[in-house]
Design a protein around this ligand. Structure first.
Ligand code: GAP
Length: 514
């Protein structure tokens, strides 16, 4: 566990050191749970977004995109239920004056039981060596069983309290489990209160004329309120989808794990409108489609899992998360929800507009049902970083830090390196960059030894480097180095585009999806 935490810390500092992610307003010591993407981060992020956008809009004839505004009419959020129910249960410690999410304190307690069980398992594994049967140990060892029983009981009580929205019971669980404040170490807790996560601001220039509006907490509602516009102007027939990428804002109280939980973040959401009664079939199809999208990146099927929800929101009739194995455990990266006709019906009710679909096949009108796929760009970014970061032991005792990014997502695809800064080599290198920059992102670098330049490129995940040497002037060939194998081969300059372009394009990923 501690080792994994160390790796995560290293990834966070690598992100800063190599221009991927900086704390927001860094010179003022940052702003909690808000981050800026640097020169390499923005390229990687754009590539992730492109991969998603094209997989939705290019590969599906019946999915179109929109870009709705962040500010929306305030009634939107009344209709969607966010004004009344987009809350976190908060609790304060009276001694430290620190505020916590009650549900997170309890989840941490559940994780502690898991850790205790894992410790027992690891101890036994060491003791028994090759003869160790983990399954048998977990089902028979008295100490493990005791921890497991306590964990299960807590989990059941916790789920019930959440389901019943029982704030008193949440507090009682915290007291009964003897959970202490990590700062003061005391159990001097206040009552649990609901806290709405939406940020408010005002439109209008005078205090009297101003009205309160919200920064959207999800992009989905921008799609629902445009359902009629898109369906009519695009003459869309069911089933069809509307995709959108954009910023969302949540006043998260427990902001931690770097860009995993942010106050300003980006979502890639797609609402797929279907005929009522077919939604569960489409739900299954979208589960498979979205899992295939993740797995095409080549991070290993074992690093993903579905987490089907037992507790469904009142408007959903099925929901699952796609979880990825981060250094701090399996965590949600994407949600797939069967949202019934809840959102469209609510907007019809609050706006007074008829929001329906006339089905030319059955000659009837109805409110479509919706399957939603919703993925956080920043969480996706984090999962890509976590999986790609690698410290390698090289022959001869040297080490290197390399980001094994999928080539199609890498910020820089090709580094062009003249061996020396003289004898006409920089000019040849610059010419290669000038020719290839129209096809993929190239970077020219002449500073430091070639070894140091390779390391710099490894650290930002650049899949290819070419070195221009004195022989190049005679044979028009360069040395092409592969990031992962570090193998080098001589290739003609004229072949570079053909060798590299296919491997680094988003198309190479999209083709895996068909
Ligand atoms: N429209 C549905 C919706 O917003 P959600 O499960 O609340 O559902 C969807 O969010 C995805 O957005 C999550 O799976 C996660 O990737 C991302 N996300 C949610 N809150 C986030 C936060 N505070 N910081 C970063 N990403 C977040």
């Amino acid at each position: 566990m501690a080792q994994q935490e160390d790796v995560f810390k290293k990834i966070v500092s690598h992100c800063k050191e190599y221009g991927f992610v900086f704390p927001s307003s860094d010179i003022y010591d940052g702003l909690g749970a808000v981050y800026d993407y640097g020169q390499n981060g923005v390229e990687l992020k754009n590539n992730i977004k492109q991969y998603w956008w094209q997989s939705m809009v290019l590969l599906h004839e019946n999915i179109v995109g929109i870009d709705a505004a962040i500010f929306m009419h305030p009634t939107t959020w009344k209709a969607s239920g966010h004004v009344d129910a987009f809350n976190d249960p908060l609790i304060d410690n009276r001694d430290s004056k620190k505020r916590y999410r009650a549900d997170v304190l309890i989840e941490d307690q559940l994780a502690k039981y898991d850790e205790k069980i894992q410790k027992e398992v690891e101890k036994a594994r060491k003791r028994f060596g090759d003869a160790f049967d983990e399954e048998q140990f977990r089902t028979t060892n008295a100490r493990v069983l005791e921890h497991q029983q306590k964990r299960d009981a807590l989990h059941e009580r916790f789920s019930k309290a959440l389901n019943d929205n029982n704030l008193e019971e949440l507090r009682q669980i915290i007291l009964d489990e003897e959970i202490v404040c990590p700062i003061s170490g005391t159990r001097n807790w206040t009552e649990v209160r609901q806290f709405n996560l939406m940020f408010k601001t005002e439109v209008g220039s005078t205090a009297e004329g101003a009205s309160t509006i919200f920064l959207r907490p999800e992009t989905a509602q921008g799609i629902f309120v445009n359902y009629l516009n898109v369906q009519k102007t695009g003459r869309m027939k069911l089933p069809f989808g509307i995709a959108q990428i954009g910023k969302a804002f949540r006043n998260e109280i427990v902001a931690r794990q770097f860009i995993f939980r942010m106050r300003e973040f980006e979502q890639m959401e797609m609402q797929f409108f279907v005929k009522p009664g077919t939604e569960l079939e489409w739900f299954q199809r979208w589960k498979q489609t979205r899992m295939a999208w993740h797995q095409a990146l080549g991070f290993g099927a074992e690093n993903y899992r579905f987490h089907d929800h037992d507790k469904l929101a009142h408007y959903a009739n099925a929901a699952t998360d796609i979880e990825f194995h981060m250094p701090f455990g399996f965590k949600e990266v994407e949600g797939i929800h069967s949202r019934t006709n809840f959102d469209l019906s609510q907007h019809a009710k609050y706006s007074g507009k008829k929001i329906e679909y006339f089905d030319p096949e059955t000659n009837e009108s109805y409110t479509p049902f919706v399957i939603e796929t919703s993925i956080g760009v920043d969480r996706m970014f984090l999962s890509v970083m976590c999986h790609s970061y690698c410290e390698e032991q090289l022959e001869g005792g040297d080490t290197r830090t390399v980001l094994r990014l999928p080539a199609a997502l890498a910020p820089v695809k090709l580094a062009v390196l003249p061996l020396v800064k003289k004898d006409g080599l920089p000019e040849v290198a610059q010419q290669i960059v000038n020719d290839l920059r129209f096809h993929f992102n190239c970077k020219y670098d002449e500073k430091d030894t070639i070894g140091k330049r390779y390391r710099r490129m490894d650290a930002i995940g650049c899949p290819f480097c070419v070195t221009i040497d004195h022989d190049t002037l005679q044979d028009n060939c360069v040395t092409l180095r592969d990031r992962d194998t570090m193998e080098q081969r001589r290739v003609p300059i004229a072949d570079l585009r053909a060798i590299i372009e296919d491997q680094v394009s988003i198309t190479s990923l999209l083709k895996k999806l068909l």
